[in-house]
Design a binder for this molecule. Structure first.
Ligand SMILES: Cc1cc2nc3c(=O)[nH]c(=O)nc-3n(C[C@H](O)[C@H](O)[C@H](O)COP(=O)(O)OP(=O)(O)OC[C@H]3O[C@@H](n4cnc5c(N)ncnc54)[C@H](O)[C@@H]3O)c2cc1C
Length: 231
């Protein structure tokens, strides 16, 4: 049996190799979208031609989104708890996650690849400073992660239940979840998270998503990059 925390080769690594995301299932193609849009004519097409691509772009441009909902993706995501918190605000996804109530094996913690400075004008923003000497600070984070794990294990060894002991694990704890979303809501997610306004860490996952879905919906991703990204 495959272990969920071991990513297959085709998963995309992010966060300096500490996180990953994979496309584990999908339903529909770009032909599905144009067939859904033209369903009233009772005709089915398997291959896309130029008129279909124009229709596809028209649907997205005019927010005629329901045909896009017939294309669905399931991703497997390995990310820090704080990224998961931001991700799960997207209510149009369906989620399932490995539970720390059932297992304490394979606990991993994220140590940022580089620390960024706090932006002064915007409390939600940060910026990379090439002169930031962060080696010692990153070591402190690594040590804090290890100390949290030691306390968690001590609580378990003392007979404390998992559901309370996990409260001492930090936001840097890595979690693995499955998320399923239709293409219309995925484009909305990308507009919000593949953006300068989004936190750098979740943006890495959004960029990886584009890479994963491009072979399945190439014209949609191309249209998104030209017309929707950053808007
Ligand atoms: C840069 C950034 C900063 C953020 N900062 C904060 C913050 O400081 N604090 C905070 O709490 N959140 C914050 N958020 C989260 C944000 O408010 C949204 O919760 C999150 O982006 C999900 O967006 P959504 O609701 O559009 O997505 P989804 O939940 O996927 O919904 C998609 C769309 O479906 C419709 N929809 C879904 N549910 C409902 C509903 N119940 N009623 C009506 N329409 C619905 C809406 O049109 C919605 O846009 C931030 C998000 C970003 C991108």
């Amino acid at each position: 049996m495959e272990h969920l925390n071991i990513p297959p080769e085709n998963h995309v690594k992010v966060l300096g190799g500490q996180g990953w995301i994979g496309l584990i299932d999908h339903l529909g193609t770009e032909a599905t979208i144009v067939n859904a849009a033209r369903v009233s004519f009772g005709k089915l097409k398997k291959e896309m031609d130029d008129r279909d691509i124009t229709l596809l772009e028209y649907l997205i441009a005019n927010r005629h989104t329901s045909p896009l909902e017939h294309v669905v993706f399931t991703f497997s995501v390995h990310c820090p708890l704080f990224v998961r918190g931001q991700w799960h605000r997207h209510r149009t996804w369906s989620y399932n996650e490995i539970s720390r109530r059932y297992t304490e094996i394979d606990l991993e913690f994220y140590t940022p690849v580089a620390l960024r400075r706090q932006a002064e004008s915007n409390r939600q923003a940060s910026y990379a400073d090439p002169d930031f000497d962060d080696a010692e600070l990153r070591n402190l984070i690594r040590q804090h992660n290890a100390d949290s794990l030691a306390l968690y294990e001590k609580l378990l060894a003392s007979g404390v239940c998992r559901e309370q002991a996990r409260g001492v694990l930090p936001q840097n704890m890595m979690v693995t979840f499955w998320g399923t979303v239709d293409l219309s809501n995925l484009l909305h997610f990308l507009q919000l998270r593949d953006s300068d306004h989004a936190q750098y860490e979740i943006r890495e996952y959004a960029i990886a998503i584009k890479q994963l879905i491009r072979p399945i919906v190439p014209h949609v991703v191309e249209y998104y990059e030209k017309n929707l990204a950053g808007k």
